[in-house]
Design a protein around this ligand. Sequence first.
Ligand code: AMP
Length: 312
Amino acid sequence: MDLTVIGTVGIDTVVTPGGDSREGILGGSGVYFAAAAGLYTPTGFVAAVGEDFPPEFHDQIRGLSGVDSTGLEVRKGSKTFRWGGKYLDDMDHRETLFTELNILIEDPPPVPDAYSGAAVVFLANMHPGVQHLMAGRFAKPRLTVADTMDLWIDTARPELEALLKDVDGLVLNFDEAEQFTGAKNTVTAGRRLLEYGPRFVVVKKGEHGAILVHRDGIAALPAYPSEKVVDPTGAGDSFAGGMMGAITAEIATGGEARIDPAGFETLRRAMAHGTVAASFTIEEFSLGRLGSLTREELDARYHEYMHMLRLE
Ligand code: AMP
């Protein structure tokens, strides 16, 4: 498996400002990532759920295009991670209603042997201590990137700082970059994060796109202008999935010697794919849209987006 993700599988509750809510839907950082990444490249999936995990959710994960879910452990006697979030009127900000870590505070799942030689590893949002431990289970990836969020910045900062020394890149929301660094300016926040060790930081700004702060330069990409925003949950994870999937596909199609997986231009190209993948996620709750998306639909929107970016 060229790309492997380690992340959460969650049972989510989502409340949106229009009053439309869903309780007990499939979510989790690893799920959204894998659903997007699998459209670009074969993706290994490592996560653990409890015995309360609904079989129909398991089937949904198994059915994701390009995703190998043999790394999804179902643990007897354990309970699945649960999370609830409520979106504010702008749909770009949310508050966490509850987080029940459950299985996430137990031992992490094993990494199948077939994944341990992965060229690209994504440590989706999880406790940074677990992310660090899991990163050590891979032989010699060419690219390792992590995501994080407010809960871990609040509760596990030393572990997060230690993780940043050992990853090539970090992907996080602007609010979290500000929370970590104290900087209100995106570029300043990104530069401060680089001082902890990574070669690049991607700061996601929801509807306002994403900024790449790299040791070799700065780049900005707008979000795809979506009119249909039903549930933004998982936008960040599927952005990362599209981005990392596109990089891995470039490496796999003969670019290994030619491209630097953490290079400025590689990342700029890959971020466009992440942007487009995320634009589908938000059109429905859970995997309602992303889970049945075809590569043709993805490519068609990618070309439309590229056209929008072109200046004559
Ligand atoms: P995103 O909207 O991209 O930030 O991702 C939301 C998903 O992350 C939801 O489906 C949640 O199940 C999952 N999630 C929420 N909080 C956490 C957390 N602290 N650690 C890992 N995953 C989380």
